[in-house]
Design a binder for this molecule. Structure first.
Ligand SMILES: Nc1ncnc2c1ncn2[C@@H]1O[C@H](COP(=O)(O)OP(=O)(O)OP(=O)(O)O)[C@@H](O)[C@H]1O
Length: 246
């Protein structure tokens, strides 16, 4: 049994089947990259896992607990953390304040800032600053961070909540080569102690971080395995990778 087990998931919008009998098991301390052509159903799958959308049928199990159909906040509370592509940091707060706000999961950030510091905060803050490399930026207002730093802060904010599994939507979109390289380092460090699902189009990036690559096509699982296995798979090359030169 994995940290996350998806069984025979289906999702239709109106009469259109968008997710069609999709199953996936994500085992502890692995980084699973979810790839596939545009419209394959990757974002919808992430939305179903996080409760943003409700499945038409099927089951989603998080560490033995059936979370199918629960609300988004409840699922987040149970340990599914998600970083979206569009940053959602508090621009007027510093890096430290953003991380502190995320730690207590309180909806009102200002209530957190002036409340008693929960125990464990300092240790968690140090750990997250170390893995995201944001230590030198701790007192910087989030609104003045670079694009890459903002993305790392957001990953840090999700990590402050100690998720059982961390979901990342296209984490390197819009990043410079140097920022991508740093993100590769961050994720390779993170996967030693975390379980992750990453939706990504950049195959060079996928190659440098993935333990398992899951390929979706038309709402279904097309193939799953190592990056080498996926690159050698005829069907995957046909529907997604195209020329080996791509
Ligand atoms: N709310 C919705 N109502 C109707 N159709 C939708 C809705 N959300 C997604 N779809 C359709 O579901 C299909 C899968 O979309 P989804 O965004 O999950 O794909 P994706 O694999 O994430 O694609 P991309 O790589 O382009 O982000 C698409 O055909 C899309 O048009």
């Amino acid at each position: 049994m994995g940290v996350l087990d998806i069984h025979h998931l289906h999702k239709s919008f109106g009469g259109t089947k968008v997710i069609n009998d999709f199953s996936l098991e994500v085992t502890e301390l692995t980084l699973c990259c979810l790839v596939g052509p545009n419209g394959a159903g990757k974002t919808t799958t992430m939305d179903l896992i996080t409760g943003r959308q409700k499945p038409t049928s099927g089951q989603i199990i998080l560490r033995n607990e059936d979370i199918t159909g629960l609300g988004e906040h409840e699922i987040a509370r149970l340990g599914i953390g998600r970083k979206f592509q569009v940053p959602a940091v508090f621009r007027d707060l510093t890096v430290r304040q953003n991380l502190e706000v995320a730690f207590s999961r309180e909806v009102n950030p200002f209530k957190n800032m002036f409340s008693m510091r929960p125990s464990g905060l300092k240790a968690k803050l140090d750990e997250v600053l170390s893995v995201t490399g944001l230590g030198a930026r701790i007192d910087t207002e989030a609104g003045t961070l670079s694009h890459g730093e903002t993305q790392w802060l957001e990953i840090g904010m999700v990590l402050m909540q100690d998720p059982a599994i961390l979901l990342l939507d296209e984490p390197v979109a819009g990043m410079t080569e140097a920022e991508i390289e740093k993100t590769v380092g961050i994720l390779n460090e993170l996967k030693k102690t975390n379980t992750l699902i990453v939706v990504e189009h950049d195959m060079a990036f996928v190659r440098s971080i993935a333990d398992v690559v899951t390929v979706m096509h038309m709402g279904s699982l097309l193939a799953q395995g190592s990056i080498e296995e996926m690159e050698a798979n005829e069907r995957v090359r046909e529907v997604y990778l195209g020329d080996p030169e791509d």
